[in-house]
Design a protein around this ligand. Structure first.
Ligand SMILES: CC(C)(COP(=O)(O)OP(=O)(O)OC[C@H]1O[C@@H](n2cnc3c(N)ncnc32)[C@H](O)[C@@H]1OP(=O)(O)O)[C@@H](O)C(=O)NCCC(=O)NCCS
Length: 175
C-alpha cells in the first residue's frame, strides 16, 4: 500500500502547521500580496488556532502519505463547525491540500473520497466547500469530481475581501 491516511491528533499540530503554511503559500503566494499572505498565515496557522480547531468535536483533520512521505491534508467540518449554516445533513471540506510535487497522482481524489466516505458514514446528504473564484485548478478538480456551483460567499485575505464559489455534491436524495 503506497497511499495511507492518518487522522490527526494533538501530537500532529506542528506537522499540520508546517504543511498548512507550505501548501497555502505554494497555492496562493503568487496571486496575493506578501502582507496579506503573512497576515492570513499568522492568523490561520498559528499553533493556538490549530489546537482550537483540532479540539472541536465536529472538525477532523487527516494527513495523507505517499510511500510514507507526507503529501497533503484534509479538514472536514460537520454540524455547527461548518463555516456556513448548511445544516445537519451537510459535511464541509474546509481544506484539501496536496503538496505541489505530489499533484496529479490521484492523491487529491483519494482524500476527497475519504471525505465522501466520512459523509456517507454519517448519513449526510451532501458535501460542500468554498473555493476562491480564481483558483481555476481546484475548480476544475472539483468539477471532475462531480461538484457543481451552488453559491458564493466572501472570504478575508488580510485586508482584501475575496469571493469564494460554493460547490456542492449530493451523495443521495433529491434536489
Ligand atoms: C486541487 C488538488 C487538491 C487536486 O489534487 P491532485 O492530487 O492534483 O488531483 P488528482 O490527481 O487526484 O486528480 C483527480 C482528477 O481530477 C483531475 N484534475 C486534477 N487537477 C486538475 C486540473 N487542474 N484541471 C483539470 N483536471 C484536474 C485529474 O486529471 C483527475 O482526473 P481523473 O480521475 O480522470 O484521472 C491539488 O491540485 C491541490 O492541492 N492544489 C492546491 C491546493 C488547493 O487549491 N486546494 C483547494 C483549496 S479550495
Amino acid at each position: 500500500m503506497t497511499i495511507s491516511i492518518k487522522k490527526c491528533t494533538l501530537d500532529d499540530l506542528v506537522l499540520l502547521q508546517e504543511i498548512g503554511v507550505e501548501t497555502f503559500t505554494e497555492t496562493f503566494g503568487d496571486q496575493n500580496s506578501p502582507e496579506n499572505m503573512k497576515a492570513y498565515l499568522e492568523k490561520a496557522f498559528n499553533l493556538n488556532q490549530l489546537e482550537k480547531e483540532l479540539s472541536k468535536p465536529s472538525s477532523e483533520f487527516y494527513l495523507i502519505y505517499s510511500k510514507e512521505e507526507l503529501a497533503g491534508y484534509l479538514k472536514v467540518n460537520a454540524d455547527d463547525a461548518q463555516t456556513e449554516m448548511m445544516g445537519q445533513d451537510s459535511l464541509e471540506v474546509e481544506r484539501i491540500y496536496i503538496r505541489k510535487k505530489f499533484h496529479k497522482q490521484g492523491l487529491g481524489k483519494y482524500l476527497l473520497n475519504k471525505a465522501m466516505d466520512i459523509a456517507a458514514e454519517r448519513n449526510k446528504a451532501k458535501i460542500w466547500l468554498g473555493v476562491w473564484e480564481k483558483n481555476e485548478n481546484a475548480i476544475a478538480f472539483y468539477e471532475k469530481m462531480g461538484f457543481v456551483r451552488t453559491g458564493a460567499h466572501s472570504f478575508h485575505m488580510g485586508d482584501e475581501e475575496q469571493t469564494d464559489f460554493i460547490m456542492t455534491k449530493r451523495l443521495h436524495g433529491e434536489g
